[in-house]
Design a protein around this ligand. Sequence first.
Ligand SMILES: Nc1ncnc2c1ncn2[C@@H]1O[C@H](COP(=O)(O)OP(=O)(O)OP(=O)(O)O)[C@@H](O)[C@H]1O
Length: 876
Amino acid sequence: MADSTAQQVMDIRAGLSHALGAAETALVAAREAYTTAQERRERVVAAAIARRRRVAEALDVRLRQIDEQHRTDLAALAGAAAGAADRAAPGAAGDPWDDWQPSPLDRAAELRVGRVLLPHPEEVPALVPLLDHGHVVVRGDRQIGDDVVAGLLLRAVGTAAPGALKLIGYDPEHLGGGLARFATLAPAGVLTFVGPGGLGGLLDDLVEHVRRINETVLAGEYTSLRELNAATHRRPEPWRVAVLLGAGELSRHEQTQLQRLLRTGPAAGVHLVIQGMPVQSGPGVEFITAAPDDRARVSGAGALPVRLDGGPPQAVVAAACRRIADAVAAGPAPVALDSLLPQTDWQESSATGLTAPLGDGPQGTPVAVTLSDYPPHALIAGPSGTGKTNLIYAWMGALAARYSPAELAFYLLDFKEGVSFARFAPGRRDQSWLPHVRLVGVNVNTDREFGLALLRFLGEELRRRAEAAKRHEVTNLAELRAEDPEGSWPRIVAVVDEFQVLLSGRDAVAGEAVNLLEDLARRGRSQGIHLILASQDVSGIEALWGRPALVAQFSLRIALPRARRILAETNQAAESLPRYHAVVNADSGATEANRIVRVPAAGDRDRWNALQHRLWRRRPEGQGPPRLFDGDVVPSLGESPDYQGLAPVDGSPAPVVLLGETIDVLSRSARTVLRRAPGRNLAVLGTRVDEACSVLATAGLSLAAQFPPDGARYSILCLDPDARTAAATLCEQLPECGWYEPDNADWLLEDAAAEASASWPADRPHFLLVYAADAMPGGKGAADQLRTILRHGPERRIHVLGWWRGAALLREALGGQGSRTDAIGAWVALDVHGSELAPYYPGTGAPAWYPRPWRALHFDRSVHRGAEVIIPYGQL
Ligand SMILES: Nc1ncnc2c1ncn2[C@@H]1O[C@H](COP(=O)(O)OP(=O)(O)OP(=O)(O)O)[C@@H](O)[C@H]1O
């Protein structure tokens, strides 16, 4: 048992020892596991700490990157926004006020009102689009709003070309005070005010503008003026900016019109700037909320705060307005004449008419004007200085460059004082001429007879053409030219500037002129003779109005600004024409036929000369200069074709006495023929010594030119010391000239009276030139002798060419009151009134003659029905 117990103890001990061993082993293992786990934990914790640190670092880096990116993006955006704003609002649209001045842009810009506040130092302007875009409504603080409106308007006018923008102000509360700083623009028509109560009318007017522009300017071709401008680079209508500064309740009609304008205005260049009037938001309407500091808002900038600019300084506004007003008053820069000229000269045929552009139409396209069977003739009217003469130049230039002189001939007459047509004829400085011009009459304002002469000449040409047409059995110029291709049948354009001078008065000249005009106007159309009558004076047009049949022929009407009575009565288009524009109307002035043209400047000498010289160098061979009739120039006998044609002839034909130049187209000389027949003496009447001497010298020299040196006798009796020099000079120029003075006058008279009473005619003529015959010494005896010579001399080839210093003095020489006057077959009256000439004039009347310097009235009872005006010649 003990053994067993010991065994048992042993066993238990062994068991315990075993268990202890196992436990110790387990403990060691557990300890090891614990250590391992501990170590792992420490590693994990370290790793976790390291990771968190890395994450934090990465986060920092990323955040820094994001911040950086944000700053870069913001700077780029702000820079881009600032750049875009500069482009959208260049020059006057965006410049700061301290450095601001008008700078017209070639397209509508957005307008700066302030700056957008961004968390970035770059300045980004706040812009609002207005012109060609929409409308602007300003609300909020009234005072700040006023400055915004002023700034906006100044920028708008400053970016438009002068005159291309019109402001209309409606300010019922302050009666225009809100726009007072722009008042300088008013006289130039850039700013107009509408009074209180005028809102309805203003809105109606603007709606009407929109309608008209859509209908006549855009005319279905363009959807807006902006589009038209982009396509043609022209802006035919100004922008109209209506500034509506507060209004009470709008009526229903006003509301409707306002809505119409908000919708349709911008396409037609009609824009509204509204303050103090409720407007609903809608497309194209920009809202500015005026508030101080950074509390303002501009709808285009979204929710971003905006700081509005202060108003423009008054000095800047005043200077700009003055400059714009001056520029508008000075008118637009002229267009060049070249714009009317074709690429190649002289390519057109005038067989059916003459067509040439007169200028540009509203859309920049040339407006052509035609003279043909219809319309055949033109009336041009415009008050002085509106550009009538310029328009004629421009038209002539355009025609002359298209049609050669074989196709077109000009006859030009200017009744105005001055020499506006003289440039077409050779002058002292410039020897060229416009080869189409056949006649130029200048300074003819006192020589209405010259106008008559032109009309007579054209009347003759008309007859010649009508006869040719008859011969070729045709009815108009086109057919005549086809039938007679070798003939010279240019279209004739006769221009008479200030034609009313010709028609003024109720005398014979006016009467004949109207009749001739009527005939020419009626029949000229088919024969290619066209009349252009121009007048600055409404009375000119009125002179024609009494002749409806005549006026009806002038169906082409051209009205310059403010021309009156030339268009139809209800046609007011000329009233509102801008400077250098014209209404061209080929339908007698009917409103529907109006065409507006902008006429180029053709007055410039250099430009004109370039054209004239070019055409002149191409002139057809043998094409001489035009006949120039200058009423201020004394003609020269040496240049008279009739004088040049005189030469001694064999036999004893009746000599011709030249007296002066007739007022006609061909510069003919007035003449009288000293046949061997009673009464073939000449009397010069009047007190003007120079002119009397000139007529006698012309007579003497022209006689001498027809005889060989010993073919005729000349005796000069000079009884006026004032005429002595001239008479003596003539005596020297005449062959075999006897010289007599008061102390030997009796010799001449006795001798000549004896010859005159001889029973046979002399073998050669004897011409007695008596200066101041009324001063004849020798009493009754001498007077009788002179009468004998006058009465009987001519049949025996003795002719008196005498100067009496009065019509009544001649009558005394002829035997006093009641005596016969037929011994004087021809006379030249100087400063003698028509009524005094009655005894020497057939019938019961007297010629209409009001003496004028260096003009005389000539009558030859053997050939004349009426007296003719002549111009004494000057020096040989
Ligand atoms: N289209 C134009 N462009 C530029 N200048 C012009 C134009 N038309 C006229 N002018 C200028 O205006 C001035 C007056 O023109 P113009 O002599 O033609 O007028 P007018 O009506 O004939 O006047 P008046 O009858 O008094 O002679 C001139 O100096 C002329 O150069």
